[in-house]
Every structure is written in structure tokens, then in C-alpha cells.
Design a protein around this ligand. Structure first.
Ligand code: NAP
Length: 417
């Protein structure tokens, strides 16, 4: 962390900044204060001319509209046509584009060769300009912007099914509307890599589809952390090691990811969930309790009155309600793995841990399916599903505190690909 800048007034300028990760990222980078400046369009000019900041980042919708107020614009920002970083030097304002660096680092670390490839950029906003400049500099042979109202649009997308690189620079798929994707990825038979600039959820529906199709994919968190690193270097005129930006990225990812526990009824998910919640200071949600709260009746009553299919729908809705949030501990019902749609929901923002407990320790009390099918038959049926859903497995036959510590360790690891 860079020290000695306590008096520097830094921050982020935008119109609405409800879920910004930037204050957190900058708190790891340097010791300046980093304020969120929510400014209405009519007040932009007076804000820029005010002394409320020394150095700021700029986001939607001001990356272009601040340009006329700057005294100097870097070559890169000039070429791209927008800035995301402004620094006051004496009485002059200098503008830079560090998103360029952030997206370039994302491509490098994903180890994707852009040279000679056809690339599609979804969206035509500020970020798409930066993405275009990076893809061009990486040697893409053709770069097409898809716009809802442009010549290349979502109605004639079939003209570009041969694209090899796809970048989502639209907000489609962003929290809270996580279960939509801007395109049907399976139509792009030559696709080699998908980048999504969105980082909440960590894995959008588009990226989940890429994972299923075994296509390389990368979210927008790296871009966010590296553009912040570059901005901080400009703010403080000091170089920062890449490893710090990578560490911040990993730290944010594990902080934002939910820890979802799956496994047979009575394997200890709820007890472990409560323990993890205490140890980590995170909110705990039990999907079975959420279903009962939403339906205003007990699970055996739901099964008896409406049957299993209806229960599974309520379960998926309850899962969406919590798994699209960030940083929660989630205990799921034993049968959550019977619906593949739940896998997509869990993959977006959760690390899924299979809690294993020996058959003779599992009980069927108050559990309609365990009672009707028998615990052993149910276990045999579900074991391959638990294994498919889970990123990690943890044994819960011994000391529960040790099992909780093991989960904390595993959940902090970067995603397994
Ligand atoms: P923007 O200026 O608002 O542009 C977004 C573009 O997406 C629009 O120009 C529009 O293009 C398209 N779009 C908007 N709503 C859509 C919808 N419902 N369906 C289909 N297309 C839609 O935003 P931006 O600054 O370019 O940012 C775009 C995305 O990148 C955002 O999600 C932002 O959070 C993210 N971002 C991430 C980083 C990072 O560091 N990871 C940096 C910058 C931006 P058309 O009207 O032409 O279709």
C-alpha cells in the first residue's frame, strides 16, 4: 500500500453509485480518502470546477461528457474518446483512460490470442470504445459492435455466428437481473473466448454458458482492479506491483462469493452454516427456512398439499433470492441438486461445497423424501449430482469446528476451472 497521501482528496464521479467496489479497492492501494461523488448531469460542470477533489475516477454517464472541461487529455484517452481518470495539477485538469490498461491486462492474463481473430463487442457505450481500442491493438482482424439500434444488431446476429472472440460491454446479466444473457452463445460455433465486463455476479449467465461449452471466459473484476491500480499510480505518481492488484482481485472475489453448502438431509449444513456465519461475520440463509417463510407453511405441508414439483419451483425461487446476493453463507435443501437449473444459479456467485457425512449418521426425521425413498437409496441417487455441483468436498464426520475451518480455507481459493 502506498503511504503519505492522507491529504489527497480522491474519489469516484458518477450519476448513481450504489454498489461501487472502488472505495474498497483503493483502500488497499493507498492511504488517501476515496469518496463517492454522485453528481446530477446539471451539476457536472460546477463539480468539475470545484475544489472537492484532487484526483478522481469517472464512470457512467460522464466518461465522455467531462472531456470539454479538461485542459489535457492523454494520447490513449484521445484515441479512445473517453476518460475514466482525472488529476488536478496546479490549476489544470489532466484526463487519462486506465480502463484500456485494465482490459489489456485481462486479455493477457486470460492467455487469449486475439491476433487475426474476428471479435464481437456487445454494446456501443463508453466501455465498448475502450474494448475496441484494446482489441485493435491486439491485432483483431475484424471488430464488430452489436447495437440494439445499429446496422449490426440482435436481429441479424446470425451474420456474425463465426465470431471467435465475444466481449459483453452491456449491462445485460448484471445484478439483480442475473438470469439473462445478451446472446445465445451456443450459436457461435467458432467462439474461443468470452469476456464479460460485468463483475457482479462474478460469473454472468453468459459466462456460465461459456463454461458449459468449454469456452475460455473471464469476468470484469480483473479489469476493475487493474484500472484502479493504474489510476492510483497516476494519482500518486508511484509504481505499484502487479501482484498487489492480483491479490486485491482474489480478496474481493472471495469476499463477494457466497459459500453454498450442499449435501444430504441432516449432514450438518445448517449447523455448519451457523458456525461459518459466526466465524466470518456473514449473514446466514437456510433455503428450506426461506421457502417455509415465503410459503407460510412447513415443507411437509407443501409436499402434502402441492406435491414435489411445486416444492422444487419454490426452492429455485428461494435460491435465486439468496444466491444472487453477495457474501452470504447459504445452506441448501438436500434435493437442490435434482434440478440442473439450480446449478447455473449457484455457479454465478457462489462456491459450492459438498458436506459429506456417513450414511449411518443421517436421519430422516421431518424429511418427506428420506422417509418415502429411504436414506440409502436417496444417497445413491444423489451422490453423482452432489459431485457435479460441488467445487469442493468436506468431511463432516468428526469435529465440526475443523470442518468449518476447512470450508473457510477452500472458499478462499480462486475458482477451479
Ligand atoms: P453504457 O455507456 O451505459 O453503455 C452500455 C451499452 O450497452 C449501451 O450503449 C447499449 O448499447 C447497451 N445496452 C444497454 N442496455 C441494454 C439492454 N437492455 N440490452 C442490450 N444492450 C443494452 O455503459 P458502459 O460504461 O459502456 O459499461 C458497459 C458495461 O461494462 C456495464 O455493465 C459496466 O458496469 C461495465 N464496465 C465494467 C468495467 C470494469 O472495470 N470491469 C469498466 C467499465 C464498464 P446499444 O444501445 O447500442 O445497444
Amino acid at each position: 500500500m502506498i503511504k503519505g497521501f492522507e491529504n489527497l482528496k480522491a474519489g469516484l464521479l458518477g450519476e448513481k453509485l450504489p454498489h461501487s467496489f472502488s472505495p474498497k479497492i483503493h483502500s488497499y492501494l493507498a492511504d488517501y480518502s476515496y469518496e463517492l461523488f454522485e453528481v446530477e448531469k446539471d451539476n457536472l460542470e460546477s463539480f468539475i470546477k470545484s475544489d472537492r477533489f484532487d484526483s478522481i475516477n469517472v464512470t457512467i454517464p460522464y466518461k465522455k461528457s467531462v472531456l470539454p472541461h479538461l485542459d489535457y487529455i492523454s494520447d490513449e484517452a484521445e484515441k479512445i474518446g473517453c476518460v475514466n481518470t482525472i488529476v488536478r495539477k496546479g490549476t489544470k485538469l489532466y484526463g487519462y483512460n486506465t480502463d484500456y490498461y485494465g482490459f489489456m491486462e485481462t486479455i493477457k492474463s486470460a492467455d487469449v490470442d486475439i491476433k487475426g481473430k474476428k471479435a464481437l463487442i456487445l454494446g456501443t457505450g463508453g466501455a465498448s470504445l475502450t474494448v475496441r481500442a484494446v482489441l485493435y491493438d491486439c491485432g483483431a482482424s475484424q471488430i464488430i459492435n452489436i447495437s440494439r439500434s445499429g446496422e449490426n444488431n440482435y436481429d441479424n446476429l446470425h451474420l456474425h455466428y463465426d465470431a471467435q472472440i465475444i466481449v459483453n460491454a452491456t449491462p445485460v446479466g448484471m445484478y439483480p437481473k442475473c438470469d439473462i444473457s445478451p446472446i445465445e452463445l451456443s450459436n457461435f460455433k467458432n467462439c474461443e473466448a468470452v469476456f464479460d465486463l460485468i463483475y457482479n455476479p462474478l460469473k454472468t449467465k453468459l459466462l456460465c454458458d461459456a463454461q458449459k461449452l468449454s469456452i475460455k471466459y473471464c469476468n470484469g473484476l480483473k479489469m476493475l482492479c487493474f484500472q484502479a491500480k493504474k489510476a492510483c499510480e497516476i494519482f500518486c505518481d508511484t509504481a505499484i506491483d502487479d501482484n498487489l492488484a492480483d491479490d486485491i482481485c482474489n480478496c474481493l472475489e472471495s469476499e463477494k462469493k457466497n459459500i453454498a453448502l450442499i449435501g444430504m438431509p441432516s449432514c450438518g449444513k445448517s449447523t455448519l452454516g451457523e458456525l461459518l456465519s459466526l466465524k466470518l461475520g456473514r449473514k446466514f440463509v437456510d433455503t428450506d427456512k426461506l421457502i417455509e417463510k415465503n410459503a407460510k407453511m412447513s415443507i411437509p405441508e407443501i409436499f402434502e398439499k402441492y406435491g414435489q414439483e411445486h416444492f422444487r419451483e419454490l426452492e429455485t425461487n428461494a435460491l435465486k433470492e439468496c444466491a444472487f446476493e453477495s457474501g452470504l453463507i447459504i445452506s441448501t435443501g438436500g434435493g437442490i441438486v435434482t434440478q440442473m437449473r439450480n446449478l447455473d444459479i449457484l455457479r454465478q456467485n457462489s462456491v459450492c461445497i459438498f458436506i459429506k457425512r456417513d450414511l449411518d449418521k443421517l436421519s430422516s426425521d421431518g424429511r418427506p423424501l428420506s422417509q418415502s425413498c429411504g436414506v440409502k437409496a436417496l444417497y445413491e441417487q444423489r451422490l453423482p449430482l452432489y459431485e457435479e455441483f460441488a467445487e469442493f468436498e468436506v468431511d463432516n464426520n468428526g469435529d465440526i469446528t475443523k470442518a468449518a475451518d476447512e470450508i473457510i480455507k477452500l472458499a478462499a481459493e480462486p475458482e477451479r476451472r
